[in-house]
Design a protein around this ligand. Structure first.
Ligand SMILES: [Fe+2]
Ligand SMILES: [Fe+2]
Length: 165
């Protein structure tokens, strides 16, 4: 049986998104937000596609609903690194997805710390872009109703932007 990487990742993210139980589709929203930012930055098509995949997979190390809640209830949480390490390990064990392991490993590390690490500049940038989209989604989550944003976002986005900045 042959399966395209795109189909495999899309199916996988649908399963991963159920970890949230009461806050689903986080992976897809983060992926689309990151893609939007990358497009605005003028990234090439292949990089945008891979960033979309990395976004869909970014929380593959979250294995429990309790852990998902901790990640979505606070902007920064001390235990966040655990799911990054777990996600990196899972992806490294799967050769077609191993290329996304470094981004997943560092997607909760602040930019100041990333700059001190001996990792490729692209990994820093990709991981930070996913981190930005991820935290924006956490702040936006209360404004989601079903799969669409409620109108409150029109009034709340300046506060959300300030909080991230
Ligand atoms: Fe995460
Ligand atoms: Fe996340």
């Amino acid at each position: 049986m042959k399966l395209s990487l795109q189909r495999a990742i899309t199916s996988l993210t649908s399963a991963l998104d159920f970890v949230g139980v009461d806050e689903v589709h986080h992976g897809k929203r983060v992926a689309l937000m990151a893609l939007g930012i990358a497009s605005e930055l003028g990234w090439d098509r292949a990089s945008c596609r891979d960033l979309l995949y990395a976004g869909m997979l970014h929380d593959c190390g979250v294995s429990r609903t309790r852990e998902h809640r901790q990640l979505t209830e606070t902007l920064e949480w001390e235990g966040a690194e655990e799911h990054c390490l777990r996600g990196e390990e899972f992806l490294l064990a799967c050769p077609p997805l191993a290329q996304f392991a470094p981004v997943v490993r560092w997607h909760h590390t602040r930019w100041e710390q990333l700059q001190r690490l001996a990792i490729p500049p692209d990994t820093r940038l990709w991981a930070n872009l996913i981190f930005l989209a991820d935290r924006a989604d956490v702040l936006l989550a209360p404004y989601f109703s079903g799969q669409s944003l409620k109108n409150e976002i029109l009034w709340e986005y300046p506060a959300i932007t300030r909080r991230i900045g």
